[in-house]
Structures are given as C-alpha cells and as structure tokens.
Design a protein around this ligand. Structure first.
Ligand code: RFL
Ligand code: PHB
Length: 392
C-alpha cells in the first residue's frame, strides 16, 4: 500500500485531518486500531470552541452539529455558595461555545469518510513507524491477521496518548514535560434533563464539581475524587449526594437526579512533547499533548493542530514549499502551551488540594472573587475558554 500522507489513528484528529486533506486534493490513508463501533462510542469531550465548529462546518461535517448542537453564551462559576455568570459574547466581542459530543463528531466524520473519502481501515493497528528521517517513511501495521506496510511521503501520528508514533522519535531528540495533579475525575452520564442552561464549574467545600450535558435529556457530571478511587465505593446515591453538596447555593436551585448510564475515572495530568516533528513524522492531538479537562481544551487543540497541518500539506501540494511544515512544531507548540497554561490555572483554581493547605485555599477564593468582580479578569477567562485565534 502507498499514499502521500499516512495517518495513524481514527480519533477526531486523524479523521478531521483526512477530511481536510481529501478536500485539498492530497491523498491519504487512515489506520485505526479499534473497531468502528468502539471508536464511535468512546465517551469523552463535549465542549467545542467556535473555531472547532467553524472547521467542521468548512469541511462539510457540521450538518448534525448545526441541527443538534447546543450553543452556550457562557459558563457559571460557583463558589462560596454563590453563582457567577461569565458572559462570553459580551466579554469577547460575540464569541460562543457549542455543546456537541465527541462521539457524534467521530460518527459524522466516519460516515463522510466511508461515503467519499480516502481509505479508513478499522482494526488496523500500527506497530511502528520506520525510516522517519528519510523521504520514504513507512508504517508497519497489522490488519486482518497479517502484517503489512504502508509506504508514505509523510506520516502523521494522531494515535492518542498511548500511541506508537512517538516511539519513532530518537530518545535524544524529544523531551516530554509532564505534570500530574493529585486528584482524578469521577464522571457520570445520566438520563435526566440538565439542571442548568450553561455549564457549571463549582468549587464546593468537598472539592470540584462540573455540571455539563450532552442533550436536552442527557446530563454529564464530574466530581473531583482521590486518584486511587475505586468506582465500587461510589453507588449512584453517594454520587448524587456529593454532587448536590458541591453545587449547593443559597439561591433557590436543585440538582435533578436520574438513572446513571455510565461511570468513569479520569486522571488529571498535563503532558507536552517537544518537538512535534522528526524528519517526515509529525504528531497531532493527544499523541502530542494532554491537558487536564478542566479547560475543555483537548479536542479543540487536536482540531487546531490538524488545521495547521492541513494548511501546511496544502501549501506543499500547491507550491512544493515545505516552509509551513518546517514551522508546524513551533507554531503549534506556542498554542499548545497557552492552552496548557489555561487548563492548569483552571484546574488549580477550582480543585481543593488533598493536603488542605489553608493558604492555597484562600488564594483560590481570591482568584475566583477577582474573576467574579473584575471585567478584565473575566474577559481573560472568556478569551481563553472560547479559544485563542489560530494564528497566535
Ligand atoms: P484520540 O481520541 O485518543 O484518538 C486516537 C485514536 O488513535 C487510535 N490508535 C491507534 N490506531 C492505530 N494504531 C495504533 N497503534 C493506535 N494507537 C491508538 C485510537 O484507537 C484512537 O481512535 O485522540 P485525538 O484524535 O488526538 O483526540 C483527542 C481528544 O479525544 C481528547 O483530547 C479529548 O477527548 C479531551 N477532552 C476534552 N476535550 C475538549 O476539547 N473538550 C472537552 O469538553 C473535553 N472533555 C476530554 C474531556 C477528555 C476526557 N477524558 C476521558 C480524558 C473529558 C474527559 C473525561
Ligand atoms: C464535558 O461535557 O464532558 C466537559 C465539558 C467541559 C469540560 C470538561 C468536560 O471542561
């Protein structure tokens, strides 16, 4: 098998890159390790920046997103038993965010790809990227019980945080910056109408809680828990009681409860690999960086990475110039570090520290009060949350 751009991973990053390349006339092949059903049902992100929505629209993948996505004009911060609305359009010159599940984006992109796109192979697990420093890199992969090779001009690793593409960077040529936070998120999906019109980020007495949603009838909620938490210790009633306590306010407000349909644990960590290119191998999305989900940035960063990459491949295709590919790692990392900084700050501001440092406690509340009372501080949060421009 041979192609111009070999893409490892059929998550949002790989699928969107394939779509953008296909529309630009650049040929590619996507190798996805899992089955289609698995890829379409992995529960993850839900909050899309305006730029992510625009990118999906521009490549014809937003039909359902436009019909079913929930446009939000802000978020609510809760602390000290009070509610504070952050008004995004007023603070950012009209920007909004959209709630639409990652599972649905993946379904929409897979359907388009299988209808008229370049090849997408499921249950095709990449084993290794070979000869990335030459002009003829290869991906060795296993498909239908056989080992095969995909010969490429370029390889893009969109294979998530446990992928193999990164392994082809020589040890001395890559550095990984990491930060682990001392807590995890217990997430639930529940068949109950959301108790709010906007996402609620709460710093309660017992820790952080987030109220998100997937549709007018499905709620998505998260609780800060210790990293060694056993889901078996958290029956549904205990989860709802703890959520209700953390969201409690003096105003008249109730958390509606309903049947819990899924439970999960997510560790909170930051991870950035530098650089994002070695020879003709490039990294994008979670393969390149992980951010804690408090800033809702992971999927949005994956999308902005592949928008930059698609532009660079288009320039190469049209003019033969590799200039944009040469700049990819530096430009992309500048944005990644801004999103990492924002995610880190949101995480540190909203989670209670397990060691209960009272000084840090007071600082967190001071930060939150500053955002609630200063237009400039709120505008800074709104600009980062809705997404910094791609060029920055
Ligand atoms: P993915 O989605 O992990 O896809 C990688 C794909 O590569 C495949 N793969 C391989 N294929 C072939 N050969 C191999 N050797 C392979 N190894 C792996 C995998 O099967 C998979 O299909 O990475 P991608 O495309 O970079 O997308 C990144 C996003 O999935 C991720 O950043 C977000 O989900 C993060 N995230 C959020 N991001 C947001 O922007 N907004 C949010 O509201 C948000 N909420 C979240 C989140 C992540 C969460 N968890 C579970 C970490 C909430 C949570 C709880
Ligand atoms: C979600 O809907 O899953 C979600 C929303 C916002 C976040 C994290 C997760 O910050």
């Amino acid at each position: 098998m041979r192609t111009t751009v070999g893409i490892i991973g059929g998550g949002p990053a790989g699928l969107l890159l394939a779509r953008l390349l296909h529309r630009a006339g650049v040929d590619c092949v996507v190798l996805e390790a899992r089955t289609r059903a698995y890829a379409e049902h992995r529960q993850r992100a839900g909050m899309l920046e305006q730029g992510t929505v625009d990118a999906l629209r521009a490549c014809g993948a937003a039909g359902r997103l436009d019909a079913e996505g929930l446009v939000h004009g802000g978020i609510e911060l809760r602390f000290d038993r009070e509610r504070h609305h952050i008004d995004f359009p007023a603070l950012t010159g009209g920007r909004t965010v959209t709630i639409y599940a990652q599972t649905e984006i993946v379904k929409d992109l897979i359907a388009l790809q299988l209808a008229d796109g370049p090849p997408l192979l499921f249950e095709a697990e990449a084993l290794a990227v070979e000869a990335p420093e030459t002009s003829a890199p290869r991906v060795r992969f296993r498909h239908e019980g056989r080992e095969r090779t995909l010969d490429c001009d370029w390889v893009v690793g969109c294979d998530g945080s446990h992928g193999v593409a990164r392994d082809a960077f020589p040890a001395g040529a890559v550095r990984t910056y990491t930060h682990d936070h001392p807590y995890s998120w217990l997430g639930i999906m529940a068949d109950v109408a959301p108790s709010c019109d906007e996402l609620i980020y709460a710093r309660g007495e017992g820790g952080f809680a987030l109220h998100s949603m997937r549709s007018p009838t499905v709620s998505r909620l998260y609780l800060q828990v210790p990293p060694d938490t056993d889901l078996g210790d958290w029956p549904d009633d205990r989860i709802w009681d703890e959520l209700a306590a953390r969201f409690a306010v003096d105003a008249d407000w109730t958390l509606e409860r309903g049947p819990v349909t899924a439970k999960s644990l997510t560790s909170m960590r930051g991870h950035v690999h530098e650089p994002l290119r070695h020879g003709r191998l490039l990294l994008a999305g979670d393969a390149a960086h992980i951010v804690p989900p408090t800033g809702a940035k992971g999927l949005n960063l994956a999308v902005s990475d592949v928008r930059l990459l698609a532009r660079a491949f288009l320039a190469l295709h049209r003019t033969g110039s590799e200039e944009l590919l040469d700049r990819y790692s530096r430009e992309c990392l500048a944005r990644v570090w801004q999103a990492t900084r924002f995610s880190h700050e949101m995480t540190r501001m909203l989670h209670t520290h397990p060691d209960g440092d009272p000084f840090e406690d007071r600082l967190q509340l001071a930060r939150l009060r500053r955002i609630a009372s200063s237009r400039d501080a709120a505008a800074e949060l709104a600009a980062n949350y809705t997404g910094l421009p791609l060029e920055r």
